[in-house]
Design a protein around this ligand. Structure first.
Ligand code: AMP
Length: 214
């Protein structure tokens, strides 16, 4: 089992890449943005608290995001318990031998504090993060993609103004997380300036190297 965190500024394509990797390698994909959007869509109390913050492009409070992430990580129907005699995932699949080959986390951590929380959550689950992938896209290419995405995405937080604010927050709060991981030696930066397939091929090459060492 390999545990990966994927990073990228808004417009870098982290969600798209996480989804492609999850399909290709049978990873469990946990996106905190998707978990929050599900809460908003279901109009839960948590979703109602998060909605206005997300629409402004601000960061939702750790109390909400960490609760959702912890639930997703501990959900035994999606992530097998390493100590269980019988893998609950297999049981849920009615005996079909199946087990996700890994887990890819997208959208978390966004602050150094969240990075520390993630380590704590993983240590409680007796797991560790194997690799941090940062998708690097030059600023002018991000801006070009933002124009394109603002016109078609339909997401309330994908207006040009809000995306610019999200990029500022990324620079201020999330970039320091990369420095935090850089010292651990787990950080791999991948050029994400080209087409989706090109970036994907680069990430796959890196991952396959890491998986072959496990
Ligand atoms: P994303 O889909 O990753 O771009 O996230 C969409 C929005 O969800 C962000 O702009 C934040 O408002 C919120 N969000 C997602 N992940 C986090 C997080 N780790 N911490 C705080 N807010 C988050």
């Amino acid at each position: 089992m390999i545990n990966i965190v994927i990073f990228g500024a808004p417009g870098a394509g982290k969600g798209t890449q996480a989804q492609l990797l999850a399909e290709k390698y049978d990873f469990l994909h946990i996106s905190t943005g998707d978990l929050l959007r599900q809460e908003v869509a279901a109009n839960t109390p948590l979703g109602r608290r998060a909605q206005a913050i997300m629409n402004r492009g601000d960061l939702v409070g750790d109390d909400i995001v960490v609760a959702l992430l912890a639930r997703a990580l501990q959900n035994r129907s999606t992530l097998p318990d390493p100590d269980a005699a019988v893998d609950p995932w297999d049981r849920e699949r009615k005996g079909e031998p199946h087990r996700p080959e890994g887990c890819i986390i997208d959208g978390f951590p966004r602050t150094v504090q969240q990075a520390q929380t993630l380590e704590f959550l993983f240590s409680k689950l007796k797991r560790k993060i194997d690799c941090i992938i940062a998708i690097d896209v030059p600023r002018d290419e991000l801006v070009r993609r933002i124009h394109e995405r603002a016109a078609i995405s339909g997401r309330a937080d994908d207006t040009e103004e809000v995306i610019r604010h999200r990029i500022e927050l990324y620079d201020e709060q999330t970039q320091p997380v990369l420095d935090y991981y850089r010292v651990s030696g787990m950080l791999v930066t991948v050029d994400g300036s080209g087409e989706i397939a090109e970036t994907n091929a680069r990430i796959c090459q890196t991952l396959e190297r890491i998986m072959s060492l496990k």
